[in-house]
Design a protein around this ligand. Structure first.
Ligand code: SF4
Ligand code: SF4
Length: 365
């Protein structure tokens, strides 16, 4: 089977993680367990430079995220810099920390889109998972302001064993709030989420029901609500194309300036991820050893190397391969062709229902 060369093409999207600070404490948070403190965060001026470099590199969309990006008092200044660089700006927020006044200011500086996370469909469920009393009420208020101002709204719901059976209610909530898109993503076990597998791992039956619920809702709500669904891959036959392929369509910049091919990539031992304070974004994207490590398919081992799907899913998730097999170049264990697949499924089924205690995310220094 022929090889696809490891050539860097311009990335389409950049995730700008402005901060790890967040008033919420979600146990499924994919932020690393070693959080970056406020003092190490890039300044607004440094972010402005990063956005200009990103636009020159070919990036079209800046996803402004965290932690909770509204925890930064200079969010408006940073968003303006992204918009001034010519990027489409999407604010990914829990809503906590936003006010009508701040949203008006964000509108004035050129914010294009808001993506609001919900931790549950009512206050009891949402505030328990978010570890923040009053969070749900604030989100509902924020959703109203977003609608009044006229930002397009995407609702983002992380699903897990405790809320997957309320998927139908989650879809109804998105419609009620006037969202155009709903992202339903089953929890990915990275960062803090790995500490909560026993409490949050869905069962196989839940995952199958969720797939059917989404399929029916997509037909029912055609033209009203678009639904993106990320199923739990440990019950799937093949893995998903993580980030559309390593170093292919997107990059992440962490609060302290590290440039990563995906938000969990720092968990991979043996790779050095450079910072925007050290080299230009273009040099890091095109030439760094870390970004070139898993570009194309020349790095693949069997069974990926000779697989007909290798340019569809790019061997799946490198971070999951690292976490389960200890080898980041191994086939993603979520693939049914991986020798580790049976063990992964067995461990997922063992985790599902094995615990109820939640380990909440703690605040960074
Ligand atoms: S997942 Fe929860 S705790 Fe983590 S950044 Fe998002 S809102 Fe904050
Ligand atoms: S063997 Fe590799 S390329 Fe083939 S489906 Fe599995 S992960 Fe994808």
């Amino acid at each position: 089977m022929s090889e696809t060369p490891a050539t860097a093409v311009p990335p389409m999207a950049m995730l700008a993680e402005l901060t790890h600070r967040c008033p919420l404490a979600c146990p499924y948070c994919s932020n690393p367990t070693e959080l970056t403190g406020r003092k190490a965060e890039l300044t607004a001026e440094q972010w402005a430079d990063v956005f200009r470099q990103a636009a020159e590199l070919g990036v079209l969309q800046a996803h402004i995220s965290g932690g909770e990006p509204a925890s930064r008092r200079d969010l408006e200044e940073i968003t303006k810099a992204a918009a001034d660089a010519g990027l489409y700006t999407n604010l990914i927020t829990s809503g906590v920390g936003l006010s009508r006044k701040r949203l008006d200011a964000l509108d004035a500086v050129g914010l294009d889109h808001v993506q609001l996370s919900v931790q549950g469909v009512d206050a009891a469920a949402a505030d328990e998972i978010g570890g923040y009393r009053g969070g749900f009420a604030r989100k509902m208020e924020v959703a109203g302001w977003v609608r009044e101002i006229g930002f397009p709204l995407t609702l983002n719901a992380v699903m897990h064993r405790r809320n997957l059976d309320r998927l139908e209610d989650t879809i109804d909530l998105a419609v009620r709030l006037g969202a155009r898109r709903l992202e339903v993503a089953c929890v990915q076990f990275h960062g803090w989420a790995t500490l909560n597998r026993g409490a949050l791992m869905p069962s196989r039956e839940q995952a199958l029901r969720a797939r059917d619920t989404v399929a029916a809702a997509r037909i029912r709500l055609q033209g009203v609500l678009a639904i993106d669904f990320v199923p739990p891959d440990y019950y799937a036959k093949f893995p998903k194309a993580c980030m559309g392929g390593w170093g292919s369509v997107g990059l992440n910049v962490t609060p302290d300036g590290q440039v990563l091919p995906c938000h969990a990539a720092a968990s991979i031992n043996g790779l050095t991820f450079e910072r925007v304070q050290e080299r230009s974004l273009k040099q890091i994207w095109e030439d760094s050893a870390a970004f070139n490590a898993f570009r194309g398919d020349g790095w693949m081992q069997e069974p990926c190397r000779s697989c007909e799907r290798k340019t569809l899913d790019w061997g799946g998730c490198r971070c999951q391969a690292m976490a389960i097999t200890g080898d980041p170049a191994a086939t993603d264990p979520a693939c049914s062709k991986s020798p580790y697949n049976a063990a992964l499924r067995a461990s997922a089924e063992a985790y599902a229902g094995s615990g109820t205690d939640l380990t909440y995310r703690v605040a960074p220094a």
